[in-house]
Design a protein around this ligand. Structure first.
Ligand code: ATP
Ligand code: MG
Length: 438
């Protein structure tokens, strides 16, 4: 007999024989009856045993440890005493895999454990409905993103994660031994996705891990995160790129709001679709707005975490909006981003933007410098040796179209959308300065 999932059973199936497998969430003895609550990814069902009729089965249910995997075959029986309107009257119960006791972490405990304890026992933590559904939301977001990008002509690519050079500055590079040579884990697919523009792949995206040796312990940095990268050619300006970042965000939220109602109900959140187009705030305006909420940022200084938060508060109170672009980043702040295009009519400013969601950056991007002489000059400012960037620079010598793109932090989006305090909750097995297991 084939297994059936708990959500496929209903009171209308009264009398039908079914086979279910799941974890024993709890069991109870009430005088003449014993019952167990069996849980799978979709929910729970109650298995009820009348001791007189089936003393052996009552014994199994009574003795099985919580969280053991049970396989139950039995008859669906209508009942007005259970939350779902039916129960299973078993004719067989097998403890297929017994759970030890005590559990390292409770699954249905009311008090929530420390994040560290939860992460140390992640496989049990993930059994909790409110934890598991975070990953359903993430999966739906990526599904919507892929559909949207494919619908506007993008192809999905994969670029190497072991690389000879980094693109985002030396401080956050993970070094490794590559057959006796030094290699690094890719901080982003930057160099490769630009290389693909030279190859004529005019619209590409990649959803893959990016690695950054972030030494500071914050609630928004991981050492390994999921980067959604977009790169596109023959753009008029960074506005074309911003449209795509906005599109991904809007379409993901729309998909969740319209196609995933039960999931959102389970998450206890409501998604209000953002107004289009997202507000554009220049970097200098952003500082004024942040300062209006008590931040003390001088003109040209980095907004920083606190500035971003204050800006989020200001945008919310002025316009009741939560998603907004910060544009015209000063060249001074983007110097290390050697591939960023500066404005031809005002080289003090770049074409770079961030997309912020409720006071936190989730996307950075802009138009890239595709003119070889300017690119080389910007590398020189950073003391970077173009020779080391071999394949990257070569592509600019043989026909490189105007192009731009962005890096979109998938966990940052999920974190903000679901209002999670710590980004570690938005990734199955977080990596940070202290954590390499599980
Ligand atoms: P921040 O200033 O917040 O540290 P960044 O500007 O260094 O981020 P970018 O190089 O712009 O990051 O990367 C593009 C996007 O990737 C960011 O907007 C963010 O969403 C995501 N991202 C970058 N670093 C991390 C990280 N360590 N953990 C999680 N997401 C990250
Ligand atoms: Mg950034």
């Amino acid at each position: 007999m084939r297994y059936i999932r708990t959500n496929e059973i209903s009171a209308e199936m009264d009398g039908k024989e079914v086979k279910i497998g799941g974890w024993l969430q709890e069991s109870r003895n009430l005088g003449g009856i014993s019952f167990g609550i069996i849980r799978d990814r979709y929910g729970t069902v109650q298995v009820t045993v009348r001791k007189k009729e089936s003393p052996d089965l009552a014994k199994i249910i009574g003795e099985a440890n919580r969280e053991s995997v049970l396989i139950v075959t039995g008859r669906v029986s209508k009942s007005d005493k259970t939350p779902r309107g039916f129960e299973i009257i078993p004719n067989s119960i097998v403890i297929d895999s017994s759970a030890q006791s005590p559990l390292p972490l409770g699954v249905v405990d009311r008090v929530s454990a420390e994040l560290d304890t939860r992460l140390n026992n992640r496989f049990i933590d993930l059994r909790k409905e409110n934890v598991e559904r975070i990953f359903e939301v993430k999966s739906e977001m990526l599904f919507a993103t892929r559909s949207y990008l494919r619908s506007i002509g993008f192809i999905e690519v994969q670029t190497p994660k072991i690389a000879a050079v980094g693109a985002e500055g030396g401080a956050t590079l993970f070094k490794l031994d590559y057959f006796g040579k030094t290699a690094y884990l890719a901080q982003s697919p930057q160099l490769y996705k630009q290389n693909l523009m030279g190859a004529g792949f005019d619209k590409v995206f990649e959803i893959a891990p990016a690695f950054r040796a972030e030494a500071s312990d914050t609630v928004r940095h991981l050492a390994e995160f999921t980067s959604l990268d977009v790169e596109m050619s023959f753009i008029e300006s960074s506005e074309d790129v911003m449209d795509v970042a906005q599109g991904i965000t809007f379409e993901s939220m729309k998909h969740l709001a319209e196609k995933c109602k039960p999931l959102l109900e389970k998450c206890g959140i409501e998604i209000e679709l953002p107004k289009l187009p997202f507000r554009r705030i220049s970097y200098s305006e952003a500082i004024e707005l942040a300062n209006s909420e008590g931040a003390k940022i001088r003109s040209g200084e980095d907004l920083g975490t606190e500035g971003e938060k204050a800006l989020g508060t200001a945008v919310k109170s002025n316009w009741n909006e939560e998603l907004y672009f910060i544009t015209d980043f000063p060249t001074e702040l983007k110097k290390a981003t050697f591939y960023a295009m500066r404005k031809d009519d005002n080289p003090e400013l770049t074409t770079y933007f961030d997309l912020d969601f409720r006071g936190q950056e989730i996307v950075s991007g802009g138009q890239r410098e595709h003119r070889l002489d300017k690119l080389l000059a910007q590398m020189k400012e950073n003391n970077l040796d173009p020779e080391r960037f071999g394949f990257y620079i070569e592509a600019f010598k043989y026909g490189m179209p105007p192009h731009g793109g962005f890096g979109y932090g998938v966990e940052r989006f999920v974190q903000k959308l679901l209002d999670l305090t710590n980004i570690r909750e938005a990734i199955l097995y977080p990596r940070d300065r202290l954590r390499l297991m599980p």
